[in-house]
Design a protein around this ligand. Sequence first.
Ligand SMILES: Nc1ncnc2c1ncn2[C@@H]1O[C@H](COP(=O)(O)OP(=O)(O)OP(=O)(O)O)[C@@H](O)[C@H]1O
Ligand SMILES: [Mg+2]
Length: 346
Amino acid sequence: MRIVVLEGGLSPERDVSKTSARLIANALLSRGHEVCVVDLYEGIEDDSDLDSLFRTGNSDPYTYTILETEPDLEAVIACHGGRRQWLGPRVIDICKTADTVFLGLHGAHGENGQVQALLDAYGIKYTGCDYMGCALAMDKDVSKMLVQGAGLRTAKWVTRPSDQIDFDSINKEIGMPCVIKPIGCGSSCGVSIVSTKEEFDKAISYANQYKQDILIEQFIKGREMTVGIVGDHVLPVIEIIPHEGFYDYKNKYQAGLTTHICPANLTKEQTQAAKDFAYSIFKILRMSSYGRIDIFFDEENDCFWFIEANNLPGMTNTSLVPDAAAVDGINYEELCERIAKESINR
Ligand SMILES: Nc1ncnc2c1ncn2[C@@H]1O[C@H](COP(=O)(O)OP(=O)(O)OP(=O)(O)O)[C@@H](O)[C@H]1O
Ligand SMILES: [Mg+2]
């Protein structure tokens, strides 16, 4: 197959995406496909012959090193003459020449459905959920409403514009500790767990940097877990144990800072309950192709809580879906190829 792998873009998860996308590209190359990696924002700035940009063979693998902190997007924009339009030159042109587009993107432009709708308009095939599944899963407020509406547990929450949030009213409505997050980010960008007014105020200004409404929810006391789904296949449950603090940006992408236990240490019944819970949420949110549902296991009450859904889950070497797939006997190359093939056969 001839495959364009889209990476980067103008999301705070730009670097995570470049890490995922290049590993995906290498996997597809090693499976004999013709591959070209293109940055959604940068595009192709010269008039190269598009066919000549595709590679075969894996003798010269793509690489990317992710830093401990999020990228400076203003610096990226400045390097491109101050252009703020998120779709780069010739991106659609090169996508049109491929059999499918593997979305190695993370964050708003990639997971909120806009890229999917754009590709649909051109009849270009792509991996992952359609625009509707993306839009529903990416908005943490909408996804929680739908999950709660279906009678499944999710932490009590409020969503507000940042100028309508004050500590006293949140303390009354939600209580402390609470979790503060922008409604539509990933990779823990903008997420804080707070207990005091001082921490609260700092967390609101941090979340506000992402210029979205802010979701504030009850802190769930429990064991953090996640469940990946590929097609109709539910992967083994992973328990996530960061060695320090919570599962933030640094703990997600710097090797050795978080332990994944897979399969999670749960009884057979609990494992089945976690898988059923995650799969129901995948369906409720109109997700398809592949994705990951983040949950907490509340041991005291022997039940699961929905945290949030990921429609283009991380594919880096510290990511969760590739780990769970490997435990199920699906190696990284096979996983990428399976996702790419599914996008063509849809
Ligand atoms: N209600 C909660 N109670 C306890 N911890 C939470 C809660 N919500 C989030 N967290 C912690 O914050 C982390 C990030 O939260 P969340 O998954 O909502 O953010 P995200 O940016 O969408 O993450 P990603 O897309 O990388 O999975 C979680 O992995 C978990 O460790
Ligand atoms: Mg998460």
